[in-house]
Design a protein. Structure first.
Lengths: 137, 542
């Protein structure tokens, strides 16, 4: 673990914050259950080494407040920071192959974009027959 | 010790390496002129292009950030946006803003060149669609533009690479447009679908906009500069031009630039200077080039440099569907577009109109962003799993571009209190969204809801207005025939300085309502053709 990683206590708080955003539900995986404050965080940090710094700002705000109140206070005082935190948690959460499978995301598999024009002809016929033309007057 | 760079003395000095600069440089070099390009930023590091990896969304906001106020790119300069409804977006580096663009490739319509004649507002352009037609065709080949030839709205657009997938959602919306009797057409994109011009086919790994790992999305660092190097064009990165130097006759004798690696200042001499620095970089440079007798900057006898900034206010409307649509995938880009509400109608309370582009909503992490869903549509907390399931893979969005009318109060000014690392002033943006645009935005959002509802959407979401939407920066060095009310003539030549040309979107008299780069590139090509044809009679500094 690099010296910049979150401590065990910080990870606990992060997990509780993340579970406010992505809570447990029947048949669904919550943030901490997916590993947002554990193995996924380490993986995410390998992409973005500055991640602990970004997250610490929000973790530090929890203090005596509960995680839900802390997030509410953040949203009220600094909407951009709140949005940034939520989006970061989501980006970490969806690193999990189990989560991706559960939501039906096949991953970033290549699928050539090209289609044959012939495939579109029927759909385009009404446009061609409608008499659209550039405006002249 | 830092190496002293080879002195620059060339036929054509291009400032800026984005689409306009690259196209101009190519035409001039192909005609045998010696060309040098000065670019204030650096080359992109494509080892950071990881749109094929799960961590893409964690790194993209850092490595491919297109909002200049949220990043610290080496080529950046200070920009203050407090007094602007919209934040201008761009990339300062080799390739210019084509590094971070969405590659929607739209020609202007013939009517865009005749706004005054047709609608009695703003100005006509001194050139026509027909003037640019051969240049559109040529640049479309260079920018590997794919799509379906034959849109009746676009005469003469007949050579495109095969289109990108219309997608399931696109087919549903297209059928709906047909039922409504509304125009639509498969998307034209500067995105390769077959190997061409050193580019490779798009693999639509999600709806990945930046850092194209496949080398499919056209950006001039890939489509132009490698070939230009083979043609002998010298591109100098990290070279910020701080002023244009004039001789006693008022001709440009060169450009002063600072090598940002060494901090040293140099004079690059040239017969012709071509500014291709975009709608903000161009007025910044001209206004900064103050000298005795030119207190308002160079090429500014009209007083219009920096004025009439147009930024295309935008809207977006998302439709949610019951059926799975795989909308996590699709060229971004646009899978389709419509020009149904492009022209002025007497029945509406605004003039001019909009082009809409249909786009997939993207990967799981993209779905979790605040925009375009907004506060009213809560995702986080108890609703998360259900709401996510409703959005993910089952939604599609119309992105709407509004033509905004020129207004002298909307402007770019120098900010001498925030100089950049070379001492050149930063900029302040003043921009208020006009009443005409606001009415247009409201109207378009309602029509887009109708389109998506007809396609089967059970819910539509109008995205909250986002300030981070100034993708298109136009109008700040107007083109026209009359030197009293324009900065450059119909070929981009300064009315004041006979060997100074401007070829980026600053020269646009009106903003049109489509994505501008096709016309920016075509205009650079048209301007270069004129320069090449008239080089024997071109006046130059002695
Ligand atoms: C996020 C985003 C999405 C977009 N999507 C689309 C789209 O889908 N379709 C479309 O048509 N357009 C789109 N655009 C706009 C498009 O990128 C621009 O229209 C296009 O890049 C303009 O080309 P240009 O060469 O005139 O300017 P730019 O590409 O902006 O290039 C200007 C270059 O000049 C350099 N420069 C500036 N000042 C100096 C100086 N003093 N010295 C040296 N160098 C200097 C800059 O560093 C920059 O590299 C988008 C833009 C953004 C940011
Ligand atoms: S969608 Fe296609 S063009 Fe865009 S980044 Fe992905 S592969 Fe490249």
């Amino acid at each position: 673990m690099s010296s910049g990683s979150l401590s065990a206590a910080e990870r606990d708080i992060l997990g509780s914050l993340a579970d406010v955003l992505i809570p447990p539900a029947t048949g669904a995986i919550c943030a901490s259950g997916a590993g947002v404050s554990g193995v996924l965080l380490d993986q995410a940090q390998s992409y973005a080494p500055d991640l602990p710094e970004r997250l610490r700002g929000v973790i530090a705000k929890v203090g005596n407040l509960g995680p839900a109140q802390a997030l509410q206070a953040l949203k009220a005082s600094d909407g951009a920071a709140y949005d940034g935190f939520c989006e970061t948690i989501a980006a970490i959460y969806f690193l999990s192959p189990q989560v991706r499978a559960a939501v039906g995301f096949p991953g970033r598999e290549p699928k050539p974009a090209r289609v044959d024009v012939a495939d579109l002809e029927e759909l385009l016929l009404p446009v061609l027959e409608a008499g659209f033309a550039p405006r002249t007057a | 010790m830092a190496e002293t760079p080879k002195p620059i003395d060339c036929d054509v000095l291009v400032i800026g390496s984005g689409p306009s600069g690259a196209v101009f440089a190519k035409r001039a070099a192909e005609a045998g002129m010696s060309v040098v390009c000065l670019e204030q930023g650096d080359w992109v590091d494509y080892s950071k292009a990881i749109s094929d990896k799960p961590g893409f969304e964690l790194t993209a906001p850092r490595d491919w950030q297109y909002v200049p106020t949220k990043r610290n790119l080496s080529g950046d300069y200070p920009i203050s946006v407090e007094d602007s409804d919209i934040i201008p977006l761009y990339w300062n580096g080799v390739g210019g803003s084509s590094i971070s663009w969405a590659a929607n490739w739209m020609r202007n319509l013939p009517s865009d060149f005749r706004v005054r004649t047709l609608d009695g507002v703003a100005d006509d352009w001194p050139i026509s669609y027909e003037d640019l037609m051969p240049h559109y065709a040529r640049t479309e080949r260079e920018f590997v533009v794919s799509g379906v030839a034959g849109d009746p709205m676009y005469p003469g657009q007949d050579e495109l690479l095969p289109p990108v997938d219309l997608t399931k959602a696109g087919r549903m919306v297209a059928a709906a447009q047909n039922r409504l009797g509304w125009h639509w057409w498969p998307g034209t994109n500067a995105i390769a679908t077959v190997p061409r011009n050193g580019m490779e086919p798009c693999q639509q790994r999600t709806a990945c906009m930046w850092g194209c790992v496949e080398k499919a999305k056209a950006s001039t660092d890939r489509t132009h500069w490698p070939e230009l190097a083979r043609l002998g064009v010298r591109l100098v990165p990290n070279a910020r031009v701080t002023r244009i130097e004039l001789d006693r006759q008022g001709l440009a004798r060169g450009a002063v630039y600072v090598d940002r690696k060494t901090g040293r200042e140099h004079l690059a001499k040239a017969g012709i200077i071509v500014i291709a620095a975009n709608g903000i970089g161009t007025p910044r440079l001209l206004l900064s080039s103050r000298m005795p007798g030119k207190e308002d900057g160079v090429a500014n006898s009209s007083g219009l440099v920096g004025k009439r900034l147009m930024l295309h206010p935008t809207a977006a409307v998302v439709g949610l569907f019951d059926a799975p649509l795989e909308s996590y995938r699709g060229a971004w880009g646009q899978v389709a577009y419509t020009l149904q509400f492009y022209e002025t109608s007497q029945e509406r309370d605004f003039v001019r109109g909009s082009k809409w582009s249909l786009q997939p909503t993207g990967s799981p992490a993209q779905i979790a962003r605040r925009w375009p869903w907004g506060d009213e549509n809560q995702l986080w907390g108890d609703a998360f799993h259900d709401e996510f399931a409703r959005r993910f893979g089952r939604s599609v969005s119309w992105g709407i571009i509004c033509e905004d009318l020129p207004d002298a109060e909307n402007r770019v000014e120098l900010d001498t209190e925030t100089p950049d690392d070379t001492g050149m002033p930063g900029v302040k943006i003043h921009y208020k969204t006009g009443e005409n645009s606001k009415r247009m935005l409201r109207f378009m959002a309602e029509r887009a809801k109708e389109s998506l509802t007809e396609a089967g959407a059970y819910r539509t979401v109008v995205a909250p207005q986002s300030r981070e939407s100034g993708w298109h920066i136009l109008g700040t060095a107007k083109m026209g025939d009359d030197p009293r009310d324009s900065v450059v003539d119909r070929h981009g030549r300064s009315h004041d300085v006979a060997n100074l040309f401007i070829v980026d979107g600053s020269v646009w008299p009106t903003s049109a309502g489509v994505n501008p780069t096709a016309t920016i590139a075509a205009f650079a090509s048209w301007s270069a053709a004129h320069v090449v044809a008239n080089r024997a009679s071109q006046r130059m500094a002695s």
